[in-house]
Design a protein around this ligand. Structure first.
Ligand code: MEV
Length: 290
């Protein structure tokens, strides 16, 4: 169907966020990871192909301009607006979501193409992203991901998950560089952690398929300990995680690059009100279901 002439000058693209169930950071070194879309929270990019004022948060303006240029568009010939219900900069895939929404706003809809183009834009932000974030936001499905291999879409039953968002810490680039430095000083231990992360990802996958939330939770708990060991947790994240577990959550872990930001909690829905109050008391600014 061809677009009406007035529509060709405009485009709107949306994307949800993502939460990593297990495997962040270790996915950069070849271990598998599982990520799920954060439905109900996302970003919208609106493009008008005529000059005009941009409605883009100051913190995202330079990066948005660079992405627009990278897509072969002239920033001075466009009006761009970015709206987000997804908290940005807290490990929920904000930069990949903005990239995918921008790509969709240019008229690209095929998930494979959205992923390819969003990945190129993610390279501008992080240098060498594994592809986990852009793949999850492009497919908007739970994903089993191993670097360099085609993603597998998983079909678990609905998982009772909450996100508790603490203030952001360092950028993904800083967190990934920190892990690289830790690895350089602890090569043998890092190899053992990588093997353990691989085993955890398989256990989480089996737990998902069998709807065994205790198994999923145990995998999340161990994943948090490994992330903490390589230096990307913080006292606030550790406190939120410990409190969620103490209140009866199946599992809790930092999610995303860490150094601050979000904690993913797997807990029976009946616990949600108590968890929300308790996790806010430990430093979470927002708590919401995934
Ligand atoms: C960031 O959401 C996930 C990391 O594993 C980085 C990456 O996969 O590129 C920390």
């Amino acid at each position: 169907m061809s677009a009406a002439p007035t529509e060709t000058a405009r485009g709107v693209g949306g994307a949800s966020g993502k939460a990593i169930l297990v495997g962040e950071h270790f996915v950069v070194y070849g271990a598998p990871a599982i990520a799920i879309p954060v439905r109900g929270r996302g970003v919208t990019v609106r493009l008008r192909r005529e000059p005009g004022p941009w409605a883009v948060p100051a913190a995202a303006l330079a990066h948005m301009t660079a992405m627009v240029r990278h897509l072969g568009l002239d920033p001075d010939a466009l009006t761009v607006a970015l709206e987000a219900t997804l908290p940005l900069g807290v490990g929920l895939g904000g930069s990949a979501s903005v990239a995918a929404a921008l790509v969709r706003a240019t008229g690209v809809a095929d998930p494979v193409e959205v992923q390819r183009m969003a990945h190129a834009l993610e390279e501008l932000a992080h240098g060498t992203p594994s592809g986990l974030d852009d793949t999850t936001v492009a497919y908007e499905r739970p994903i089993w991901f191993r670097r360099g291999q085609p993603p597998e879409v998983l079909a678990p039953r609905a998982l009772p998950m909450l996100l508790a968002v603490t203030p952001p810490g360092g950028s993904t680039k800083v967190a990934v560089a920190g892990v690289a430095a830790w690895r350089a000083h602890n090569a043998a231990r890092f190899a053992a952690i990588l093997a353990r992360s691989e085993a955890i990802a398989h256990a989480a996958r089996e737990g998902l398929v069998a709807s065994d939330l205790a198994a999923v939770g145990a995998a999340m708990n161990e994943a948090h300990e490994l992330l903490s060991e390589v230096g990307v947790s913080t006292p606030t994240l550790d406190r939120v995680v410990a409190r969620a577990r103490a209140l009866g959550a199946h599992g809790a872990k930092l999610t995303g690059a860490g150094l601050g930001g979000a904690v993913l909690v797997c807990a029976p829905p009946a616990l949600a009100p108590d968890l929300e109050a308790a996790l806010r008391a430990e430093g979470a600014e927002e708590v919401f279901p995934v």
